[in-house]
Design a protein around this ligand. Structure first.
Ligand code: HEC
Length: 171
């Protein structure tokens, strides 16, 4: 009996019995390949299909949209419009978080993460300003957001500049 017990115990150790995942000891467990995140959409497309439309959903309600006449008040008029603008700010926060995932983050990572975190921080304030219907703050923060995006582009995508970068009348 004792022999049988020891045999089973040893077999368990060798086969990693219990809740320990087999990957626990694998050194590559934290790499992008092993992470559960889906980063199949290339970064360029994340920019074009997530970051840009989200930011524009916010900018569209701030009076700093590149399509707008400087004197045109673009502030949302209806609750549905207010929601769309707030949606945009919230999606920028989430999109910026995604940029820091393994698979998207680029070296030097400390710089990359700092730019992405800055965008998330500014967009969080943008969302709060929309919640408070503070159109003055929305306009200021809209410019801050543009600068935060451009800061990363300057280092990591210096040329060509994104074609759809907003040309705020205040810059
Ligand atoms: C952490 C860095 C970083 C941040 C923050 C960032 N971007 Fe980008 N962006 C890039 C890089 C890198 C590229 C070039 C992509 C490539 O060539 O792989 C790019 C490209 C783009 C493009 C061009 C995409 C295309 O189709 O060529 C647009 C538009 C864009 N970004 C918009 C934005 C907006 C809007 C924000 C802010 C709300 C933002 N980005 C924030 C790194 C960043």
């Amino acid at each position: 009996m004792r022999f049988a017990f020891i045999t089973i115990a040893v077999a368990c150790v060798l086969a990693s019995c219990g809740p320990q995942p087999k990957t626990a000891a694998a050194p590559e467990a934290k790499t992008a390949a092993a992470a559960p995140f889906n980063t199949h959409i290339p970064l360029e497309e994340v920019m074009a299909h997530v970051m840009d439309p989200a930011a524009y959903a916010f900018w569209a309600g701030t009076g700093t949209s590149y399509t707008a006449d400087a004197d045109t008040d673009l502030s949302p008029k209806t609750e549905a419009e207010w929601k769309r603008v707030e949606d945009g700010a919230a999606m920028v926060v989430l999109g910026a978080n995604s940029l820091m995932l393994p698979g998207y983050a680029r070296e030097p990572m400390a710089d990359w993460d700092r730019y992405a975190a800055k965008v998330a921080e500014v967009a969080e304030r943008a969302k709060a300003a929309v919640e408070h219907k503070d159109t003055t703050a929305m306009r200021t923060i809209g410019d801050e957001l543009d600068a935060a995006c451009e800061a990363c582009h300057t280092q990591f995508s210096p040329s060509p500049a994104p074609a759809s970068a907003p040309a705020s009348p205040t810059r």
